[in-house]
Design a binder for this molecule. Sequence first.
Ligand SMILES: Cc1ncc(COP(=O)(O)O)c(C=O)c1O
Length: 459
Amino acid sequence: MPITRDAVAADHAHLLHPLHHPSLHKTPKVWVEGRGAIVKDADGREYIDGLAGLWNVNVGHGRRELAEAAMAQMSTLAYCSSYAGSTNYPAIELAERLSEVVYPSINTFYFTSGGAEATDTSIKTARFYWKALGKPDKTKVIARRRGYHGLTLAAMSATGIPAFWPMFEPRVPGFVHIDAPDPYRFANDDPTITIGVAAANQLERAILDEGPDTVAAFIAEPVQGAGGVIIPPPDYFPRVRAICDRYGVLLIADDVITGFGRTGRWFGLEHYGIEPDIMQFAKGVTSGYVPLGGIGVSDTIREVMNGVPPAKRWMHAYTYSGHPTCCAVALKNLQILHDERLIDRAAALGARLAAGLEALTPIDGVGHVRAQGLIAAVEVVADKRTKSPFPAEAGMTQKLTDAMLERGVYTRVAMDCICIAPPLVTTDAQLDQIVDTVRDAVTQVVGAMKKSVSIPTPS
Ligand SMILES: Cc1ncc(COP(=O)(O)O)c(C=O)c1O
């Protein structure tokens, strides 16, 4: 193995990274090992993996069983086509197993290699469904500001974080964004209704403005992850479901982060007692050990897809759909989640995390704390009363990330929200250490910031 200095020079010479810019990559961390909730860098320093990789390593690092599942399948049949006319045992078994754990009305699955491909697949499937029903103009997609659905061209157009757009315009036409149901920041100017209802009403407004006959689907993450962990009020999704039903708009649940136990339930919308028409997943389906994603469609959609004449069939395909090795690893991963009762564990650990973070609320700079299962965020603000953020020049994202890292916790900060989503196998002691680290990092960074830019202390 090259020594780290040479490896980094080779990286600089030959690799483009997600969100690439050399200024962000002068001294990258070179990760070399992982075990449970711990990751180790090339200098031998250990960190708690506060974001479970990228919200995906649900069963934790270093699982030999998953490596063995891959090896067994690879040495038998690593790959075969899954195009209509071909199939394989791991893909069949995984689809059958998913039908047991996913929302009851969703029993049919298509596999992709990741989340963005799943988004594209969901959107194409929604359009296909309406065309098959003789409504070819129902093509638009309503999504949400601060929603994240991946970065292929269509997924990027659904994503509601404008920083991702300018250098790649024009976006795919036909995407409309409404506000996030953010309990902390949503501007509700009608005191007679709750934030959840007001935010859902924006969906109805958008459908009526666009014309219900032009809208195919509404896509939403049960918890908006990369947008800063926005957990909607409990009355939001039931009303969204009712609005979608009223106007004939498909509800797509983007469970890419919230799937496979992250929120303390198998899938995110279970918290609200409703079901989507299409759901999409990735990340936790294999705990990140191999790339896999996909969508599940309701029985109603499946019937429509199966009912078209061959000439109008679903002409959508990926070489790696139904990849036997990835499906075999996913099956073993689902078995671990089940056997070790990790969904219950996420709920129990989540209660501990929520209590720990709540206790940080009085600290200067802590504007809002939120958690659902093992996905949480602490939003840092300059002024608690006005909720105003620190100026962009303050560089809070980097400062908070670095302060967490210096104290031994690796995570990401999105829009001044410190995101926390560790593996579901994190120990109580590690979880408490994450909370302590957030407290110390915020105290130090906000304290130093206020001294240097003389921002008034909030009342
Ligand atoms: C909710 C959601 N959807 C889709 C994606 C895109 O997944 P991928 O990066 O695998 O394309 C992500 C990635 O973070 C995500 O969080």
